[in-house]
Design a protein around this ligand. Structure first.
Ligand SMILES: O=C1O[C@H](COP(=O)(O)O)[C@@H](O)[C@H](O)[C@H]1O
Length: 258
């Protein structure tokens, strides 16, 4: 394992191995967090690898060693679509894991949907208020224990895209996005301060199309240019990648699969 500026890059043989390894680590870490703290707050991501990780957690024989009643789930971002649209990150996460575990409904905190009868801007305010409600007194968000993030080919994380205002936000915890270059254009996203408040940020990415963004981020690109460059958890930041995504990471930063 290689440590670089407190960021670790763990390379796996392929997406399946990556998802299985992250799932096993998530289960073990969550059990430890629950032992230590009595509850855990987890931020979920959309995207191909993020959902594959949830499927792998669901498929694990150790799945129910976690006391899911003590775990709360939040989302890093959501696509502004009707509640039952299959492109919603919420729906995909429910199908992959949440519908199969004994997590109380009140512990699951999806963003509003476009058919909920509120505006996108009000949905951002409502999610920020929900975060405050679960936060320690005076704080803007709960103590996030583990935050999952996918990474787009352009280096976006959550719905914070290169050169758009969301990645520059420093005050708000949630932003409404109206001009996403990736469909759909309207989205909701946690901001960098909210994501970086997490004790652990686990980035999950696979495929050759992610290689350039990852290489640039680890080489010190600006967060405006490559948003993932601006992500750092309070205690740990780990990039779980496959060999194709790692192609442009300097070899001295790469740890072998384990
Ligand atoms: O649209 C989104 O894309 C990213 C990355 O997705 P991927 O399929 O390229 O891995 C994801 O992180 C984000 O949550 C999602 O809304």
């Amino acid at each position: 394992m290689t440590v670089t500026n407190e960021r670790r890059v763990l390379v796996h043989s392929d997406k399946l191995a990556l998802a299985g390894s992250v799932a096993a680590r998530f289960i073990t870490k969550t059990v430890d967090i629950l032992d230590d703290l009595g509850e855990a707050h987890v931020v979920l991501t959309g995207g191909s690898v993020g959902i594959a990780v949830l499927e792998a957690i669901n498929a694990s024989s150790a799945r129910d060693s976690v006391d899911w009643s003590k775990v709360s789930f939040w989302w890093g971002d959501e696509r502004w679509l009707p509640r039952n649209d299959s492109e919603r990150n919420e729906l995909q996460a429910r199908a992959a894991l949440l519908d199969h575990i004994a997590v109380p409904a009140e512990n699951v905190h999806p963003f509003a949907a476009s058919d909920d009868g509120i505006t996108l801007e009000d949905a951002a305010l409502a999610y920020a208020a929900e975060l405050v409600e679960a936060a320690p007194s005076g704080a803007a968000f709960p103590r996030f224990d583990i935050t999952f993030l996918g990474v787009g080919a352009d280096g976006h994380i959550a719905s914070l895209f290169p050169h758009l205002s969301g990645i520059r936000e420093t005050e708000l915890s949630v932003v409404a996005v109206t001009n996403s270059p990736k469909p759909p254009p309207e989205r909701l996203s946690l901001t960098r301060p909210a994501l970086n408040s997490s004790d652990r940020v686990w980035l999950v990415l696979a495929g050759a199309d992610k290689a350039s963004a990852l290489g640039l981020a680890l080489a010190g690109a600006s967060r405006d240019e490559v948003p993932v460059a601006g992500i750092k958890g309070r205690r740990r930041t780990v990039f779980f990648v496959d060999g194709a995504a790692a192609a442009e990471v300097p070899s001295n930063l790469i740890a072998p699969s384990y």
